[in-house]
Design a binder for this molecule. Structure first.
Ligand code: FAD
Length: 387
């Protein structure tokens, strides 16, 4: 059986790994010229962590993870307003969590299929017919399975399921991420997640190694249109937020080196059609607000491969995957919209104060689980779902 996967990101590579495990002939293409080096820190836990463990990837996952000791908020003068020992978060999810840069997670998955699958960068799927898949490099492949794992703005979704505007739910925010080198900023944020305690906009810092600092930004705007010059927009939007922010913005790389996008969810009526399926953000982006997109991408890919293995035909396996996975993802999307957004990027001083208080009481025994559980509701495990 042959599979063509569009997208060598987290979901696509996880699926490639699992299909190869089940003896599929796997071809993966990615539009980018090579692996994306820029990135942001990911908290990887929940069903994706469980699936990665089942795939035997946990030891390498822990090896590539970045240690985080503390999580804190700072005010405009750089003073800590609240700090929480990061192990409290880990304890709340029974230690089944790592913080890892997105490129490192992708690297781990890519290494896991190295030499086992055909992986082509700088290549896209241009046409999907009833029998074959036509690639931009001129290759025509017979395929029993075609998967769109090509992210929020999925090409396969547009090609097979319809235009993006019908599926994309803009959450009223835009986000950016980049890495820069500044030994002084690094010194202040090394080993910690440091977030600015601000209304309607936020910057998060994480000290990587060798003076490198990863930051992500998020700000509210009713206008979904992406700016022509993201760097100029960031410098304007995040001006006057204290010294750390000023230094980060001063070292912001040129616009084409920044990750920049809308904060959005994908809500599309169908993820599967005959032998074509969507996984990860292409099917069901939950947004960075949910903090679980990568986890759901790995878990969904794993479940898809396992349901195909159990089914008597590809369309049956795909429909089964969609039926089991949809309610899980819908729950995470709802929680992100209804509960987490205001908590993550507050619009009111009262929320900001309540959040500060919430993190303080989190230090009391038992309350850590309640707080983490209410922000990131524990869904059913992938094993319970039939993987
Ligand atoms: C700032 C930020 C913080 C986040 N924090 C977390 C977190 O803490 N925990 C968590 O679990 N998740 C987090 N996420 C979400 C997570 O990064 C995504 O959900 C995850 O990367 C989705 O994986 P994916 O493989 O589905 O898509 P992507 O990672 O977007 O990969 C898609 C791949 O498809 C390729 N591609 C795109 N278009 C095409 C095309 N037309 N043809 C071929 N290839 C194409 C791209 O080059 C890319 O390699 C965060 C996101 C952001 C932005």
């Amino acid at each position: 059986m042959r599979a063509v996967i569009s997208g060598a990101g987290i979901a696509g590579l996880a699926l490639a790994n699992r299909l190869h495990h089940h003896d599929w002939d796997v071809h993966v293409v990615d539009r980018a010229p090579g692996p994306r080096a820029q990135g942001y820190m990911i908290d990887f836990f929940g069903p994706g962590f469980e699936a990665a463990t089942a795939m035997g990837l946990q030891p390498r996952l822990r090896e590539l993870a970045s240690p985080v000791q503390e999580f804190s908020y700072i005010d405009g003068r750089g003073r800590k307003t609240v700090s929480v020992d990061y192990s409290l978060f880990a304890k709340a999810v029974d230690g089944q969590i790592v913080s890892i840069m997105r490129p490192e997670l992708e690297r781990l998955l890519r290494e896991s299929v190295d030499g086992a699958v055909d992986l082509r960068y700088g290549t896209t799927v241009d046409r999907v017919t009833d029998d074959v898949v036509e690639l931009s490099d001129g290759t025509v492949l017979d395929a029993d399975l075609v998967v769109g794992a090509d992210g929020v703005h999925s090409g396969i979704r547009s090609l097979v399921f319809g235009p993006e505007r019908d599926d994309l739910r803009y959450l009223g925010m835009q986000t950016a991420a980049f890495v820069f080198t500044d030994p002084e900023v690094f010194e202040q944020v090394h080993g910690s997640f440091v977030l600015t305690e601000t209304l309607n906009r936020q910057i998060g810092f994480y000290g990587l190694d060798g003076g490198r600092v990863a930051i992500f930004t998020v700000f509210r705007t009713d206008d979904p249109a992406l700016p022509e010059d993201p760097r100029a927009t960031l410098r304007r939007t995040f001006a006057g937020m204290g010294e750390l922010a000023e230094r980060a913005l001063a070292q912001c790389p040129p616009s084409d080196e920044i990750y920049y996008d809308q904060v959005a969810q994908i809500d599309t009526p169908r993820w599967t059609d005959g032998r074509v399926a969507l996984v990860g953000d292409a099917a069901h982006a939950v947004s960075l607000i949910a903090g679980q997109g990568a986890s759901l991408g790995v878990a969904g890919a794993y479940l898809l491969a396992e349901r195909l293995q159990a089914a008597s035909s590809v369309p049956e396996g795909l429909a089964d995957y969609e039926q089991r996975w949809r309610p899980v993802v819908a729950g995470v999307q709802r929680a992100a919209r209804d509960r987490v957004t205001e908590w993550f990027v507050p619009t009111r001083m009262t929320t900001l104060m309540l959040r500060r208080w919430g993190f303080q009481v989190m230090k009391l025994p038992g309350l850590d689980r309640i707080l983490v559980g209410s922000l990131f509701p524990k869904g059913r495990s992938v094993a319970e779902l039939g993987a």
